[in-house]
Structures are given as C-alpha cells and as structure tokens.
Design a protein around this ligand. Sequence first.
Ligand SMILES: *[C@@H]1O[C@H](CO)[C@@H](O)[C@H](O)[C@H]1NC(C)=O
Ligand SMILES: *[C@@H]1O[C@H](CO)[C@@H](O)[C@H](O)[C@H]1NC(C)=O
Ligand SMILES: *[C@@H]1O[C@H](CO)[C@@H](O)[C@H](O)[C@H]1NC(C)=O
Ligand SMILES: *[C@@H]1O[C@H](CO)[C@@H](O)[C@H](O)[C@H]1NC(C)=O
Ligand SMILES: *[C@@H]1O[C@H](CO)[C@@H](O)[C@H](O)[C@H]1NC(C)=O
Ligand SMILES: *[C@@H]1O[C@H](CO)[C@@H](O)[C@H](O)[C@H]1NC(C)=O
Length: 393
Amino acid sequence: MHLSTALALTTFSSLVGAVPLFGTSPSTGHGVRVAISKRSWLCDSDGIVKKAELRDQIHYTLEKIQGGFTRYQENIGEAHPLASSLSFRRPVKRAGGHGGDSLTDANSTLWYGEISVGTPSKTFTVDFDTGSSDLFLPGANCGPSCSGHKIYNVSDSSTAKDLNKKFELTYGDNSTVSGEQYTDTVSIVGLTANQTLGAAEVYSTGFQSDHFAADGLLGMGFPFYLAKQGSELYIGGTNPSHYSGNFTYVPVTTKGYWQVGFDGVWVNGTQVKRSASAIVDTGTTLILGETDGINALFAKIPGSRQVENGLYTIPCDFNTPISVGFGGKEFSVDPKTFNLGYHDSSSTDCVAGAASDDSLRGKFWIIGDVFLQNVYTAFDVGNGQVGFADLHS
Ligand SMILES: *[C@@H]1O[C@H](CO)[C@@H](O)[C@H](O)[C@H]1NC(C)=O
Ligand SMILES: *[C@@H]1O[C@H](CO)[C@@H](O)[C@H](O)[C@H]1NC(C)=O
Ligand SMILES: *[C@@H]1O[C@H](CO)[C@@H](O)[C@H](O)[C@H]1NC(C)=O
Ligand SMILES: *[C@@H]1O[C@H](CO)[C@@H](O)[C@H](O)[C@H]1NC(C)=O
Ligand SMILES: *[C@@H]1O[C@H](CO)[C@@H](O)[C@H](O)[C@H]1NC(C)=O
Ligand SMILES: *[C@@H]1O[C@H](CO)[C@@H](O)[C@H](O)[C@H]1NC(C)=O
C-alpha cells in the first residue's frame, strides 16, 4: 500500500459519488486499459527493506479499510459484513523513535498512470487506488507543499466550476490534505466525464514530490469509478496488454470494496488456510491476513520466521511455490515478487510479501501488489466482478 490509503474516508465522503467518475463510456462498452507504471520504492539503495515504512503501510491499509467500513455503515445504514473482523488501533508512538506511525516517511509502490483534466486539457499523473474513492490534484493555491508536482490551476480551465465546498483528508498522524472542491472535465484513455475533484491547498509531507511520484490520487473503490455499464479497468504486470487464457471472474460480494470470494493460499501444493473473502487493493503492497492463517503459510516455508510483529522473513534464495486461489483457479506468485528485499545488511534472510496483523480477525484477507503483479486483473464495474488472467511471460 502507499500513502493514499491513509485517507480517513469519513471526512471526504462529500467528494464521493457526487458525479460518477467517467460517466460516459465508449459506445463499444469494451474495457479500458490504462497504461500503468509500477514503481517500487520499498528498499533503500542497498536493497534493504525499509521495515518501519512497511509497517506504516500495513497500518495505513488497515486504517483505510476500517474507515471504509465506517463510511459504508453511514451510507448504507447497516454495518459492513466484515466490520467486526477488523479492530485496528494505531499503536502509540514511541518517544524519540520512528514510532512506525508517520505517514510522512512512507514511500512505496504505486500503480500510476495519466489522466487529463480541464479545458484546454492538461495531463496529470495519478496514483490509481482501488481501495479508496476520491480524486484530487495539487491546486494553484497549494504553495511549497505541492512544489515539484504539476499544478491543476482552475483559472486556466474554462470548464472548472467551484462547488464552494472544502474537503479535508486526515491521516493517522494527524497531517492533512485539504482544499476546495470543483467539477471539471476529466478524461482517461478516451473516456470523458464532468467529475468532482479536489484542488488541494495543502499536501502533507507524504504526498510531496520527494515522497510521492504522481501528481495526485484517483480512487477507484467499487463502485465509484467508470460507473457505467460495461466499463472495466485492467491492471497488469509489466505489460498490461498481454495476458493468456481466459479470465476467471469472481463476483463482488459486498459493494464498497473490490471484495470477492477467496479460495485461500497454497504453499508448496498445500492449502494452508481458507478464508471466506478477500479485498483486492492496488493501494496495498502486501498480502495481509489474520495471524493464524499467515503463521500457517510460513510454517510451510522452510527457513522462514517471524521477525517482528506480523512481519516475516524467508531465505533470500527461497523458491517455494505459492499460489492464490480465486474462482476455483490457482494463480502462481513468482518467488521474486514474494521476496521484497534484504532484511538487513548482514543477513541471508529477506522480507516476505505476506504479513499478519492482530487486528484482522479471520474473515478476510487483503490482497495487494505482491499478488497483483503476477496476474492481469480486470475491475469490472458493469458486471460487479473482478477477473484474473495469467500474464504472458
Ligand atoms: C493560475 O492561472 C492564472 C491565470 O492564468 C495565473 O494568473 C496564475 O499565476 C496561475 N497560478 C499558478 C500557481 O500557476
Ligand atoms: C458539471 O457538473 C456540475 C454539477 O453537476 C455543473 O454545475 C456544471 O455546469 C457541469 N459542467 C459541465 C462542463 O458540464
Ligand atoms: C490526532 O488528534 C486527535 C484529536 O486531537 C488526538 O486524539 C490523537 O491522539 C492524535 N493522533 C496522533 C497520532 O497524534
Ligand atoms: C522516495 O522515493 C524516491 C524515488 O525513489 C526517492 O527519491 C526519495 O528519496 C524517497 N523518499 C524517502 C523519504 O525515502
Ligand atoms: C477459454 O474459453 C473458451 C470458451 O469457453 C474455451 O473454448 C477455451 O478452451 C478456453 N481457453 C482456455 C485456455 O482455457
Ligand atoms: C515442498 O514439499 C516437499 C514435500 O513435503 C518437500 O520435500 C520440498 O522440500 C518442499 N519444497 C519447497 C521448495 O519448500
């Protein structure tokens, strides 16, 4: 996961769903493939995993998902079916130490691509996050906190319209991104809509250009983007236009997240744990599960061990076959993508791509980039389903 997943979604709900993103889809009704770049910033220059940041990411993911459950309850009037399975509380900051809870140090992996905004249109890079539902860019009043990013200047867009409404995003460390809400013309690969977006006046450190490559963030939480029949967005590995075989589709079970039925994880041919649901989240780096399930997974990997709360290592030369099951099919996880980098400078142990957290109570897993890099994923709003296909090698 990355910074954006720290969104305290409850404070930003006014931007959500006000206008469906990209309400006009092409008449063909076929899917949209977005060129998405993958960047990994999780390691330092020696290839050693920044573990404090990794832990921050886990916390922000859990906070984001939990915030979404709260918002679901506010919008729908009843508790999200998974809400009782997550009870995250941010750890108390240790005096003088890193504390593991500063958003502002997070710097990680992004799925990002381009959108164009305004009239005449200007191009911006955005981080695509299937685990949140908002769009914002740095605004003209942002000043130094947005320097290095391309500015969305509403004065230069004839279609920008001020909604005279503020927005504020609050993070776990109490830093904020805030600004003004507008509607404007937003296009992504030929799909155009009049869309609500935020022009930020303040970017917290975590979104500043030395920490965050994209200019802004585009949340694609179900069902708030491409909200028109037949629209799809595909996210793939290095070459998103190449997959082989057929898609295996699984229906979204509760609209709110890209939440689907989950068959579990197989390690060296053995199914280690069955869990009912998974939330598929491009904004999360790891595969996250409850402690028992993740312990069972690593019990099948010779030489693995838990090094600190919820983080595990594997031998750096690890090549145990791991696969993740959806819709009755197992999809392999390349041992290279399951290996995040060195645990420390002297070690032959590497940090593993799955982690646990006590706050996860067993009903669902969160499936992030460690898996998504291995498959071609279709987020299909029109049919309310997620599809996975094997990547061409
Ligand atoms: C925004 O656009 C207006 C009108 O073109 C211009 O006067 C102003 O300097 C621009 N602001 C920034 C920060 O670029
Ligand atoms: C976009 O939508 C807003 C709110 O519905 C509306 O006020 C505005 O005129 C629309 N802009 C365009 C260019 O259609
Ligand atoms: C954030 O602010 C709230 C309200 O002022 C406070 O209760 C909370 O402890 C703060 N959290 C952090 C991590 O500083
Ligand atoms: C984040 O990653 C970028 C790109 O690799 C790097 O330039 C920057 O120094 C990193 N920031 C931190 C705080 O690690
Ligand atoms: C894909 O689906 C079609 C139609 O159901 C079937 O004929 C074909 O064999 C499938 N291909 C693979 C690789 O499974
Ligand atoms: C897979 O399991 C077999 C049988 O239990 C074992 O001999 C082998 O070492 C395991 N392979 C790996 C890579 O973990």
